[in-house]
Ligand binder design. Structure first.
Ligand SMILES: [Fe+2]
Ligand SMILES: [Fe+2]
Length: 292
């Protein structure tokens, strides 16, 4: 017999979650876009990366075969973040500076972002994803106890919002009326749209052959509370991406910091990692110094 208020609350919460899942899958099925297939160049690059000793020359040739990827890689290698002392114009040199994982992640993200290239939000999402990827790489190194490889952190950070690209083709984002969204941060204010892009990202990354933990972390990056406690690897990776994303928002808009103090997800992630607000601030300040 139910006597406790908390019992009723937890049953209601359970029904609410189930209802959300049903509504969400209806929305996903009702959209008229398909998961974009994985381009051959990405299949070839990931196949080469998975070899015990990847062939750098072959990777460079594959990248050079795609002008958009080659240009994106060179642009990244020449960005101030990597502090090259002279202009890099050679793909082989760019691979040496960025590393194979980063190069293939960027190639993949460029192909994904090309899906929504006509939309004004695409460049914002791309810049945001790049920032989250670099921050996540640093956080993985700082919070070693999470046991997340910096490479996995980078891949997940760079691709965490990839589900937005196919969504940019759908009506709510591209209509010419007042529903046009022009600021990526407004997407996070709308829980239904956030849910949808994380689910689209999950399906897309799965069909492009990304590791399961990366796909799952993308799926749950706006839904931390619903990750089973027993799945430590997934929970740690999702927590790392959420914190990295929050740091990226503060760097681009310092006023966001105040809002975070009452943000439920922020509080749950810190609780889960046994971190205080001060710990978070310290990590954020260290990263802020290196990113600026
Ligand atoms: Fe994001
Ligand atoms: Fe997101």
């Amino acid at each position: 017999m139910l006597t406790e208020k908390s019992d009723i609350k937890s049953i209601l919460k359970c029904y609410y979650i189930k209802l959300k899942v049903i509504i969400r899958s209806d929305i996903l099925q009702s959209n008229d876009f398909n998961i974009p297939p994985c381009p051959q160049v990405i299949t070839d690059l990931t196949k080469e990366r998975s070899r015990p000793s990847p062939d750098l020359r072959k990777i460079a040739m594959l990248i050079e075969s795609d002008i958009a990827i080659a240009a994106g890689i060179l642009k990244t290698a020449n960005s101030p973040l990597f502090g090259a002392s002279r202009r890099i114009s050679d793909i082989g040199h760019a691979i040496m500076i960025l590393g194979i994982t980063r190069v293939i992640d960027i190639a993949m993200a460029l192909k994904m972002s090309a899906i929504g290239k006509q939309h004004p939000l695409t460049s914002q999402i791309w810049e945001h994803s790049r920032a989250v990827a670099e921050i996540a790489t640093v956080v993985a190194k700082v919070l070693k106890f999470m046991d997340i490889l910096p490479n996995i952190a980078h891949t997940t950070g760079l691709l965490h919002d990839c589900g937005l690209f196919p969504m940019l083709q759908s009506k709510p984002f591209t209509s010419s009326n007042s529903k046009m969204i022009t600021d990526i941060s407004t997407l996070d204010m709308d829980p239904e749209k956030s849910m949808m892009h994380s689910h689209w990202g999950y399906y897309m990354l799965k069909s492009w052959g990304l590791p399961e933990v990366v796909c799952q972390a993308v799926k749950y990056h706006h839904d931390f509370e619903n990750i089973p406690d027993a799945d430590t690897e997934l929970k740690n990776l999702a927590a790392l991406i959420i914190l990295s994303e929050q740091i990226s928002w503060i760097i681009s808009n310092p006023q966001f910091e105040q809002k975070l103090k009452s943000n439920e997800t922020h509080i749950s992630v810190l609780d889960y990692l046994l971190l205080t607000f001060e710990d978070f601030n310290e990590i954020k300040n260290d990263i802020w110094v290196t990113q600026c």
